[in-house]
Design a protein around this ligand. Structure first.
Ligand SMILES: [Zn+2]
Length: 330
C-alpha cells in the first residue's frame, strides 16, 4: 500500500484535533486550543505542529505523512482556487464576536497546509461528518442523504445522486442559516433573525431563555410545560428545515448527530418526523430520519474519512477500530 500512514486535522471554534491512522485503524488523537492570536498563519501552523506531535507520540516519522484530511468549521472563501477560513468565531476582522485578539480576515488554510502535504482534502465539518456516516454509519448505501448536527450550532452535509455537494466556495451545507421565520426575534450569531440556527441551536436557545440548552431539554423531558413548549417548537422548526431540504433535493435519509440530538433525539424524533412527513407526501413519503450511526465517534472519523482509501474503509468497517482505540488523549 502506497500510503502507510495518513493524518487528519479537525478545526473547531475552540479546539483543534489531530489524528494519525494506519491501515488497521486510528492510532492516536490529540487536541489543543484553537489559536486566536499571532500571525495570520498561526492556526494552520499550529495544526501542523499538533499533527507532528501526534506522530511522535505514536512512533511515526512525521515526514511519512503526505496525505491529510481536514474537517473545519466554516465558512470558507476561495482565492485562486485555494480555501481560506473566514469563520466569525476565529477571525477578528469584521466579526461581532467579542474579545477576538486578532485582526485576521482570511486565514490562508489551504496554502499553508499545502506547503507541507501533497495530498490534501479540506471540507467543512458537516461534509466531513457526512463522508464518515456514508462510510461507516447510518448512511451506508444512501446516495441521496444528509448529515445534520444539532448542537451548539446547526450544520449539514448534503449528498445528491451519490455526489457530495460543495458549492462555489465549499460552503454547501450551511443550511443552518436558512431563513424560516420573518417575525421571530431569535438572533443567530451570523446576524440573521429567525434562521434555523437562531430558532433551535443549543447556543441560541440558551441565550434566548437565559439557561443552558441542556437544562431546557432536561426539564422538558421531565414534563415542565414551558420547557416542553420551547423544545417542541424547536423540534418543529427542525422538522420543517428537513422538509425544505427534502423538497429541494429529493433526499431519502437524514442522519442526525450533535449533542442535543444524541441526548434527546429519542423523544424529539416523533415531533420532527411528524413535521417533515406532514407536508407533500409525494416528496416526503418514506424519508428516513435516524440518529448518526457513529454517535460521538463521528467527529473522530470525519476528517479521516475524506482521505481513506476504499481498501482501508472496507477493513475498518469489519473491525470498527475506533471503538477500541484511545482517541481522546491530548
Ligand atoms: Zn445564522
Amino acid at each position: 500500500m502506497d500510503r502507510l500512514t495518513i493524518g487528519a486535522i479537525d478545526i473547531g471554534g475552540t479546539k483543534l484535533a489531530a489524528t494519525v491512522a494506519r491501515a488497521d485503524g486510528p492510532v492516536l488523537r490529540m487536541s489543543a486550543p484553537t489559536p486566536k492570536s499571532g500571525s495570520i498563519r498561526a492556526l494552520p501552523e499550529r495544526a501542523i505542529a499538533l499533527l507532528d506531535e501526534t506522530c511522535k507520540r505514536s512512533g511515526v516519522d512525521p515526514a511519512e505523512i503526505r496525505t491529510v484530511g481536514v474537517s473545519s468549521c466554516g465558512p470558507f472563501s476561495t482565492d485562486d482556487g485555494l480555501i481560506g477560513l473566514v469563520s466569525p468565531n476565529i477571525c477578528g476582522a469584521g466579526s461581532d464576536v467579542a474579545d477576538l485578539p486578532n485582526d485576521w480576515d482570511v486565514i490562508p488554510l489551504e496554502s499553508v497546509l499545502r506547503e507541507r502535504f501533497d495530498n490534501l482534502v479540506i471540507e467543512n465539518d458537516g461534509v466531513a461528518a457526512l463522508a464518515a456516516e456514508r462510510s461507516f454509519g447510518a448512511l451506508q448505501g444512501e446516495n441521496n442523504c444528509a448529515y445534520v448536527t444539532w448542537s451548539t450550532g446547526i450544520g449539514f452535509g448534503l449528498c445528491v445522486d451519490g455526489r457530495i455537494l460543495r458549492g462555489k466556495n465549499g460552503n454547501a451545507g450551511h443550511a443552518g442559516h436558512m431563513l424560516l421565520s420573518e417575525t421571530s426575534d431569535a438572533l443567530c450569531g451570523c446576524g440573521n433573525r429567525g434562521d434555523l440556527e437562531a430558532l433551535v441551536s443549543g447556543r441560541n436557545l440558551g441565550n434566548r431563555y437565559g439557561q443552558s440548552a441542556a437544562a431546557i431539554f432536561d426539564t422538558a423531558r421531565k414534563g415542565d410545560p414551558h420547557a416542553l413548549a420551547v423544545t417542541t417548537e424547536a423540534a418543529r422548526w427542525f422538522g420543517r428545515a428537513l422538509y425544505n431540504l427534502t423538497a429541494t433535493l429529493d433526499l431519502a435519509a437524514f442522519a442526525v448527530g450533535g449533542s442535543v440530538w444524541l441526548n434527546h433525539g429519542e423523544w424529539l424524533l416523533p415531533i420532527v418526523q411528524e413535521e417533515l412527513l406532514s407536508h407533500l407526501p409525494a416528496l416526503t413519503k418514506g424519508v428516513r430520519v435516524c440518529t448518526a450511526g457513529l454517535g460521538t465517534h463521528v467527529g473522530d472519523l470525519a476528517a479521516l474519512s475524506l482521505v481513506l482509501s476504499s481498501e482501508w474503509a472496507t477493513a475498518w468497517r469489519s473491525s470498527a477500530p475506533w471503538h477500541k482505540t484511545a482517541l481522546a488523549a491530548g
